[in-house]
Design a protein around this ligand. Structure first.
Ligand code: GLY
Ligand code: MN
Ligand code: MN
Length: 434
């Protein structure tokens, strides 16, 4: 329940940095609720990433308030109060006192007292920072308090006149990982790497996809991870052409490729790795031809990762290599620039080449600022994951060559997690061979 001093200082720094940017405003963050799976059986609790980033507080039904303009209480937590009866069923709670003692809140209250105490932190604010989320009832609570201050605004001439989403400010912070965050990402990745390497040893014709999934996820927990960062994809043969294949119930056949996209979550930070390999150790000519294109696309895309380079160059480079490769194989035909501009490659490559990685697998942070692409900066962590998928349904766009059956059922993706460094980049997942 208690945070180390190191992490307490880390969360405090994050709050202070955010508060320096919101100045006269008050920011309100809602924890995840308790989520019900069916009847009164609950899902494993997963804290809201923004909330966790700022507090490290890992309980449901809580609200964090940052009020930099308040004289005494700049960080306030509303939490579930201590309740031995409830704690016997659902686990220990820090409670109101614990929120102050262990989580550094300047003041804390029971969540049941939100309506009573929240106005103190809004009355001098020039705006409210709040992300309208799925919890309608809580959205209404925020609107109710805001409307109250708007109603009395003519008498006071101060008060929160706007509600602004904190995302653009907070997510720009989350996009650049601190040393403490990188430690956790490296740990999540180390476990993911071990699991992938074990899976490659373990996979052979006759095994079922779920057996491999079980081996992978066994290692995730065995090493202290929270579990899979996302539903593990263990896709053999033609299943590799289904991007989010998670049934994982097919028996591996001689001659199959196996695509494994699996990552461990550790302390809420995530690994995200994909490897594709031949189950019986040797690829067919067609499989190898496709694999080599994806590998080259990834290699060239990785080379783009340097501070100052635009984010979209990674994707554009991968697309260019994939188009060129598919043209050489006769799977695309015509003018390369036109194929790219008109996205005629999309039946084979329909997703982006990467995403930010962190507390969320598809992490916070923008990719584009209007006309201007996001520039790469040290501290960002991105995946690089080109692929080619020629499934039973793959249909060339009009005017493009028919697909011969020998290509069908081949799906390849290679995904690494990459840290942007001052000098260039570091492939964090290099421990899994390609
Ligand atoms: N496994 C999710 C992704 O690669 O984005
Ligand atoms: Mn992935
Ligand atoms: Mn990914």
């Amino acid at each position: 329940m208690q945070q180390t001093e190191y992490m307490q200082a880390e969360y405090r720094q994050r709050r202070e940095k955010l508060m320096a940017k919101i100045g006269g405003g008050t920011a309100i963050f809602r924890s995840s609720p308790v989520a019900v799976m069916h009847n009164d059986v609950e899902y494993a609790f997963r804290q809201d990433s923004d909330f966790f980033y700022l507090t490290g507080f890992n309980e449901p039904e809580a609200v964090a308030v940052l009020a930099p303009h308040h004289e005494e209480h700049k960080f306030v937590l509303f939490v579930q109060p201590k309740d031995p009866e409830k704690e016997i069923w659902n686990g220990y709670r820090a409670g109101v006192e614990g929120a102050k003692e262990y989580y550094g809140a300047d003041e804390a209250y029971s969540i049941t007292e939100l309506d009573e105490h929240l106005p103190k932190y809004l009355e001098k604010a020039d705006r409210i920072y709040y992300h309208f989320g799925r919890d309608r009832a809580f959205n209404d609570t925020i609107i109710k308090h805001w409307q109250h201050f708007m109603r009395i605004y003519p008498k006071r001439g101060i008060g929160p006149i706007a509600i602004e989403d904190p995302g653009p400010i907070l997510h720009a912070m989350r996009m650049i990982k601190s040393p403490a965050e990188l430690e956790l990402i490296r740990k999540a990745i180390a476990i993911s790497v071990e699991a992938h390497n074990h899976a490659r040893e373990f996979a052979k014709p006759g095994r079922y996809e779920y057996e491999i999934q079980a081996e992978i996820e066994h290692i995730f927990r065995l090493r202290g991870g929270d579990g899979p960062a996302y539903p593990s994809i263990v896709a053999s043969g033609p299943n590799a052409c289904i991007l989010h294949y998670i049934q994982n119930n097919r028996q591996l056949q001689e001659g199959d490729l196996l695509l494994i996209d699996a990552g461990c979550s550790y302390g809420y930070y995530n690994g995200d790795i994909t490897r594709t390999f031949a189950v019986s150790g040797k690829m067919s000519g067609e499989q190898k031809a496709i694999y080599e294109i994806v590998l080259e696309a990834q290699k060239q895309a990785l080379a783009c990762i340097q501070p100052g380079n635009p984010w979209n160059q990674i994707h554009e480079t991968a697309v260019s290599v994939i188009v060129e490769g598919l043209m050489e194989l006769g799977l695309l035909a015509g003018n390369k620039e036109e194929i790219i501009k008109e996205e005629k490659y999309k039946p084979f490559y329909m997703h982006r080449t990467g995403h930010w990685l962190g507390l969320d697998v598809h992490d916070a942070g923008v990719y584009q600022h209007g006309e201007q692409a996001q520039l790469l900066q040290p501290g960002q962590v991105t995946t690089v994951e080109p692929g080619i998928y020629i499934g039973p349904y793959t249909k060339p766009v009009e005017g493009q060559p028919e697909i011969s059956d020998r290509w069908r059922g081949i799906g390849v993706r290679i995904e690494d997690d990459v840290l942007v460094t001052p000098e260039g980049h570091e492939v964090l997942t290099a421990g899994v061979p390609k």
